[in-house]
Design a protein around this ligand. Structure first.
Ligand code: SF4
Ligand code: SF4
Ligand code: SF4
Length: 293
């Protein structure tokens, strides 16, 4: 039976769609049983969304009224909706705009940055910008999430293959630390270290003082970054047992001396500990609640 698949892009960078193409030759096997009925990089999005879609992959966060309408229209036609990538699943890096409180961030970009010659927030012939960046599940029901910024092509392939065979795909419930080969040290790090410093090989980066988000991040990428000497920045979002990714990381650092942490002048807590999840974090929920009153 042919499965009707659609893909769509909201506020994103198209990187998730590129990851889909990065599946490579295996994509030809997947496409054998697929009819691609609507795809944001291939069709004019002014075309109506066709009916009877089996699986819809939606990339990007919801940033405008138009994004919201398109997501709702796709949900009406699709039996199974996938939040495709970190922006769609958790708000993504776009969500950091919420730190400035909705409209203030938009005004800053259009009126203060040197790239914008007119110094005006556009209001005509453009979709209305929402006050806050939203994840897809804030707007429509989501059936499954493919995490990552961008998602891993092998994982996309195995999830699509499972769906095409009528199986329910699953994600790892563990954390990146559970699949990381680096050796954990028992003592807390003596000081925080910066990204340009060279770590000792084969030793856990967090134990050496690098801000590695591994303990609070969902496994499934085979600890791609730490095994190459780069701290995990948390792009797969919180692991199954983590209540809030940023709060969990602050908790992991609690064993350190307070002076050490404040001396480090963590540039922006949100950008460090909730880089991909701020729009869906408890901190942002609190801010939205306070601003409502
Ligand atoms: S999740 Fe990453 S790769 Fe995908 S649209 Fe967002 S920023 Fe781009
Ligand atoms: S390097 Fe990062 S992912 Fe690996 S064990 Fe240490 S904290 Fe966990
Ligand atoms: S190690 Fe962390 S930042 Fe790197 S791909 Fe995996 S989840 Fe993303």
């Amino acid at each position: 039976m042919t499965v009707r698949i659609a893909t769509m892009g909201m506020a994103g960078c198209s990187g998730c769609h590129i990851a889909l193409l990065d599946i490579g030759v295996k994509l030809l096997d997947i496409l054998k049983d697929v009819e691609l009925v609507y795809s944001y990089p291939l069709v004019d999005t002014k075309n109506p969304i066709p009916p009877n879609i089996d699986v819809a992959l939606i990339e990007g966060s919801i940033r405008t009224e138009h994004d919201k309408e398109m997501a709702e229209a796709m949900r009406k036609q699709a039996k199974f909706v996938i939040a495709f990538g970190a922006c769609s699943a958790h708000g993504g890096v776009n969500g950091l705009a919420n730190v400035f409180g909705g409209k203030q961030g938009v005004e800053y970009v259009y009126t203060k940055t040197i790239l914008m010659a007119q110094k005006l927030v556009p209001s005509e012939h453009v979709p209305q910008i929402l006050t806050n960046d939203l994840r897809l599940s804030d707007v429509v029901k989501v059936d499954f999430v493919i995490p990552g910024c961008p998602p891993n092509p092998d994982e996309i392939a195995s999830i699509l293959t499972a769906l095409l065979s009528g199986e329910t795909p699953t994600l790892s419930s563990k954390s990146i630390c559970d699949e990381c080969p680096l050796e954990r040290l028992t003592e807390a790090p003596a000081k925080l270290r910066r990204i340009h410093e060279i770590p000792e090989p084969d030793k856990c980066l967090l134990s050496q003082g690098f801000l590695c988000m591994g303990p609070a991040t969902r496994a499934g990428c085979n600890a791609e970054c730490p095994r190459r000497g780069m701290p995990c920045t948390g792009c797969r979002g919180p692991s199954e047992t983590v209540w809030d990714q940023g709060v969990a990381m602050l908790d992991a650092l609690a064993a350190m001396e307070e002076d050490e942490i404040s001396d480090f002048k963590l540039p922006r807590l949100a950008g460090t500990f909730a880089r991909y999840t701020y729009a869906s974090s408890k901190l942002d929920n609190l801010r939205k609640g306070v601003q409502k009153e």
